[in-house]
Design a binder for this molecule. Structure first.
Ligand SMILES: Cc1cc2nc3c(=O)[nH]c(=O)nc-3n(C[C@H](O)[C@H](O)[C@H](O)COP(=O)(O)O)c2cc1C
Length: 235
């Protein structure tokens, strides 16, 4: 007997219809980090009339990019999709998840597999600040370019995606700390997104993040018990 499954679109529609308390998301201001991390939930219902300012978006992104990255290459790139027309174009590409059009913006987080090409610019800043000598910088940059430039595509993507995940998490926490809500979305057609949004070949989509003023809190968190996923020292 075949086990019952559903289409991706139905699956994503169901998740947004899951029973929530119906209450508004907690609106945080000046919260400590532990509160922000506990209170962040995936919010799928937004106030469609709320417009987030570019200044708020920039502030959230400035905090997000303080995330660590492999060799400090910072391979993350962002596309802020805020025009309603562009969001409507994205809607079917993202399995008709309604937060695409109801949240103020959708931020596409992308990972640049050629991010190492900015190593000279990045490490040059350390020279300007007197943290590194020009000579060491040259050696460093050569090493980085040779290492990352020679990775096979699987590993290049793995490294860039890891950094892309870190910045995405930091973005969502920064948004929550500023009183906004988000939901990460992997449920979209990557190829169609790349084509419709003219994504350059070197950029790999990490995830889409809806950002706005949440209208209804996400459903209550369920997590595996820590002891079932924790091992000390060795497996
Ligand atoms: C990489 C990633 C992709 C996700 N994709 C979707 C998605 O396409 N649609 C959606 O509604 N939620 C998506 N989610 C949200 C998860 O369902 C959610 O994080 C999880 O249920 C835990 O709930 P919480 O975020 O409220 O703690 C995604 C989360 C992550 C991290």
């Amino acid at each position: 007997m075949t086990k019952k499954t559903m289409s991706t679109e139905d699956y994503l529609t169901k998740v947004s219809e899951m029973k929530t308390s119906g209450e508004k998301p907690t609106k945080l201001t000046d919260a400590d980090f532990f509160t922000v991390a506990r209170e962040r939930r995936s919010v799928r219902q937004y106030n469609p009339d709320f417009i987030i300012s570019d200044e708020d978006i920039r502030e959230i992104l400035e905090i997000a990019i303080q995330a660590p990255s492999s060799s400090n290459i910072q391979p993350w790139r962002f596309c802020v999709i805020k025009d309603q027309k562009a969001k409507e174009e994205l809607l079917p590409i993202a399995n008709n998840q309604k937060q695409i059009v109801t949240a103020s913006v959708v931020i596409a987080v992308l990972a640049d597999i050629e991010g190492y090409k900015k190593a000279d610019e990045i490490y040059g800043k350390l020279v300007s600040k007197g943290i590194m000598t020009e000579e060491i910088k040259e050696t460093y940059v050569n090493t980085i370019v040779s290492h990352y430039g020679n990775l096979d595509s699987e590993n290049a993507i793995k490294v860039a995606m890891t950094d892309g995940g870190l910045v995405s998490m930091q973005l969502m926490l920064a948004a929550k700390a500023k009183g906004f809500d988000t939901v990460a979305m992997g449920g979209f057609d990557e190829n169609k997104f790349v084509e419709a949004f003219n994504v350059p070949k070197n950029l790999k989509p990490v995830m889409l993040i809806s950002l706005g003023e949440g209208a209804v809190a996400g459903f209550e968190k369920v997590r595996l018990p820590l002891d079932s996923i924790l091992t000390w020292n060795k497996f």
